[in-house]
Design a protein around this ligand. Structure first.
Ligand SMILES: NC(=O)C1=CN([C@@H]2O[C@H](COP(=O)(O)OP(=O)(O)OC[C@H]3O[C@@H](n4cnc5c(N)ncnc54)[C@H](O)[C@@H]3O)[C@@H](O)[C@H]2O)C=CC1
Ligand SMILES: CC(C)CCC[C@@H](C)[C@H]1CC[C@H]2C3=C(CC[C@]12C)[C@@]1(C)CCC(=O)C[C@@H]1CC3
Length: 345
């Protein structure tokens, strides 16, 4: 490891800071008096007090410039799960994370907080109140998750108290909130195309949806509690709203809030999963000729039709985590933030 440069504990960098979660995190850090550098392949906004560095996290030289004099790094960059590009996930989430770790060590960064995912233990079957010590999925639901597992292992294994390099992983689940490019837009698009009429399964499956501000709060707490003598070193933490909700109730509340009808008709889970699998195989076969982007992928069907909610008791115990915004309030704020997605808009 290279010679350490003394850096202020209030200087931090957010890798992936132009993204949905990253930008919310940057805004909170600025509010809390941190001086923030954003490192991302794109710049999506400007904010006083924030320095932007555009580059690919697979390039160590680019990273080193952004990490100069920084003591704390948040790594929340990833290709979008929907990209379904195996080589890209491997390059960015695995090789790129290795590069982020090396760059942090060379730049004398003391703390690295990774945004992992609760899905690293999910294999498409029920998880009820899952704790962090569940084994990693042997058959992850997609390439994205497969590389999130490898990424988390790399970051946690890099924790080294003797060398003064501390790491921790935050595992959120189903992040939503203002400016989210995934969950609400995909849901509304599906509704607008008349495909949100069906409930997959009996509709009783409980899932965690986590408001982005609570996810940010978990990251900030993790950074502040990560010290050589703290239990956080080299560990993973679930961060959720701590209010599991029926998947289809959540979808209905968002849809109805935006003026659409709630799904009503039930379809058997195994039928929909089987059809999604067939469609996925078909898209693979046809890929050289045409690109099809199915709405109901096997991954989405599994996420929509099974129980998967996680305990955040460890985060409560080790870093005093408590969600700041209730699910009720979070849904209201989210719905109000999308006037353009309202029915008829
Ligand atoms: N959205 C969700 O429901 C969940 C997300 N996560 C994790 O949270 C993190 C943030 O996710 P979101 O904010 O939703 O995604 P996002 O797609 O909005 O943000 C990711 C950012 O990473 C940047 N990025 C991608 N490849 C890069 C590269 N090679 N070099 C530099 N920057 C690069 C993108 O430009 C983007 O700004 C990700 O690590 C994701 O795996 C975990 C659980 C749930
Ligand atoms: C078309 C509908 C049946 C459902 C639309 C909603 C979905 C787009 C979302 C419901 C659960 C979400 C989720 C993720 C992405 C968006 C959903 C599938 C993740 C896969 C994002 C990345 C992660 O790390 C895990 C998330 C789990 C929940």
């Amino acid at each position: 490891m290279a010679t350490r440069i003394r850096s202020s504990s209030k200087r931090c960098a957010v890798v992936g800071g132009s993204g949905f979660l990253g930008r919310h995190l940057v805004e909170k850090l600025v509010e809390k008096g941190y001086s923030v550098s954003v490192f991302d392949i794109r710049q999506s906004y400007e904010l006083p007090g924030v320095t932007f560095h555009q580059g690919d996290l697979c390039n160590k030289q680019d990273l080193l410039v952004a990490l100069r004099d920084v003591s704390l790094v948040f790594h929340c960059a990833s290709p979008a799960p929907s990209s379904d590009d195996q080589a890209l996930f491997q390059r960015v989430n695995v090789e790129g994370t290795r590069t982020v770790i090396q760059a942090c060590q060379e730049a004398g960064v003391q703390k690295l907080v990774l945004t992992s995912s609760a899905s690293v233990v999910f294999e498409g079957t029920d998880i009820k109140n899952g704790e962090e010590d569940l084994p990693y999925a042997k058959k992850p639901i997609d390439y994205y998750t497969q590389t999130k597992i490898q990424q988390e292992k790399l970051v946690l294994q890099a924790c080294n108290k003797e060398k003064g390099f501390l790491t921790v992983a935050i595992r959120p689940h189903g992040i939503f909130g203002p400016r989210d490019p995934q969950l609400v837009p995909i849901l509304v698009d599906t509704a607008r195309r008349g495909k949100m009429k069906f409930i997959i399964g009996d509709g009783s499956n409980l899932v965690d949806f986590t408001f982005v501000e609570n996810v940010v709060h978990g990251h900030v707490l993790a950074a502040e509690y990560l010290k050589p003598d703290s239990p956080l070193c080299g560990k993973a933490y679930h961060i959720t709203n701590d209010e599991p909700i029926r998947f289809w109730d959540f979808m209905s509340r968002v849809l109805v809030g935006l003026g659409y009808d709630a799904p009503r008709y039930h379809l058997p889970y195994s039928l929909v999963y089987g059809l999604a699998l067939l469609l996925w195989l078909l898209t693979l076969l046809l890929r050289p000729l045409i690109t099809i982007k199915p709405t109901f992928t096997p991954m989405r069907v599994a996420l929509a039709g099974t129980h998967h909610y996680y305990s955040c008791a460890r985060a409560k115990h080790d870093m005093g985590y408590k969600p700041l915004v209730s699910l009720h309030e979070a849904i209201a704020q989210t719905v109000a933030s999308y006037p353009d997605l309202r029915r008829g808009a």
